[in-house]
Design a protein around this ligand. Sequence first.
Ligand SMILES: CC(=O)N[C@H]1[C@@H](OP(=O)(O)O)O[C@H](CO)[C@@H](O)[C@@H]1O
Ligand SMILES: [Mg+2]
Length: 534
Amino acid sequence: MSSFPTSELVKFSDLHPKPSNVTFSYGTAGFRTKASLLDSVLFRVGVLAALRSKRLDGKTIGVMVTASHNPEADNGVKLVDPRGEMLENSWETLATNLSNAETTGDFIQVVKNIINHQKIDISKTANVIIARDTRPSGPGLVAALEDGLRAMGAVARNEGVKTTPILHYLAGKKAPPLVVDCANGVGFFAAKAMGEYVNSVLPLIPHNIAINALGALNNACGADYVKTSQRLPPSLVSVLHPGQRACSFDGDADRLIYFYLDDRSQFHMLDGDKIAALVANFIAELAKGAGLDGKFEIGVVQTAYANGSSTKYLSERLPVQCVKTGVKNLHHAAEGYSIGVYFEANGHGTVLFSPSALSILETHQPSTPAQSTYLSNLIALSDLINQTVGDALSDMLLVEVILAHKGYSGLEWDSIYSDLPNRLVKVVVKDRNIFETEDAERRLTSPPGLQQRLDDIIRKYDGGRAFVRPSGTEDVVRVYAEATLRPQADGKSQTFDLEIMFIPNIFPELAFRIAGLVYDESGGDSSKRPKEFL
Ligand SMILES: CC(=O)N[C@H]1[C@@H](OP(=O)(O)O)O[C@H](CO)[C@@H](O)[C@@H]1O
Ligand SMILES: [Mg+2]
């Protein structure tokens, strides 16, 4: 908003007239009185919260609707400053003045005075987060508050029913800085440019930014390194501290992989599958909250490389499709849904909103203020996401928005499901063209008989799944394998060290058995057979 919104304020203020013969006061804990008297106060507090946020360069102001320990028929409202603290004293007086302006004209005049005296730049964005207790008068009063915020063009986030301390916490919480591994590539330019816009709310700390160093690109860093080796880039070992989130781009910044260290400094990877689960869940939640349940279909597209746990988790909630490797295949399949979420496990993906879904979002009439918030959040996501192709930066913002919204750290995100231990192995063969597949590349049709031999091996591993396909980008055959536990293939019982069992790298056996078989069956030279193949 670039100029003072007088006509909006007049229009909305007339909907919330001040009752005559009442004098309000911003007391020890904000305004507090009979709920039936508070409609105009809530509207005006919405306007004041927006002014306070603008005065503080868009920092988030909290508004809590509650009358605490007082009788249920009472209600109240108080403002919370950006660090989660009580409203600054001088503003309590402004709040009282504003609430007692008798007419819309008086009210507008007080607003103008506040803007002048506080030297408020009205063109700044205002960010306000609101919550209420369980009082029956809460929803109506929140609606009045939202009118005030709307009149001022504030960005409002309705947290629904929350305790007062949680609202203080949410208002005071900042996104912790995000370490961004730029793979020594072009993603650094983009991260740097974006940092100028987002650093005040989401501080970015770029690493691996040696664009001009020969041989540095993707070397022991970047999304492919992290995903394939399931390790922290060595360059980040002394950078990342426990609990901090980090992400890696690839060399052209169209892939994104997240990771974090837990409080024992163990590395945890959040790959494209985890991103898909986070995003698809969130979109489904927003659509439901907006009252759009059943109005359109939200689907997820994966490839055979998706971790089995992710497929299980997602299929229990949404339609999931498996297609051949390659973004073109995922993108195409995702176009078949109203909202199609697609990600390769390696972090390449995006979300597509069909034209009809977008027009439903535009025309849908929410029936409650809460529905309206969900709807505007969903529309905002459709703007945030680069729908032309997977985009590491746009995906990073998408992930950050969801984490911030849900108050998740890497740990909470990670715990939505546990990855099955897995391994990807390359096999160099004489002629990869002899390998032909079916069933979205999950089964071999050629060389004849090989699939059956693979099945015989896979069957011996609890929850085992594996497949072999020729790469479409390198002269190799790829083997992927995952299983629930380490093998009992030799029939001997094994004891497991639980600590070790959940470290994915410890699980190479099924993959190396299959790699060995593929190598031998395709005429591999026994003198050059990689030692790790079984
Ligand atoms: C297992 C794997 O990561 N395969 C990658 C790789 O394809 P291959 O056909 O597996 O070489 O490169 C593609 C292009 O970047 C990418 O879309 C795909 O996910
Ligand atoms: Mg790329």
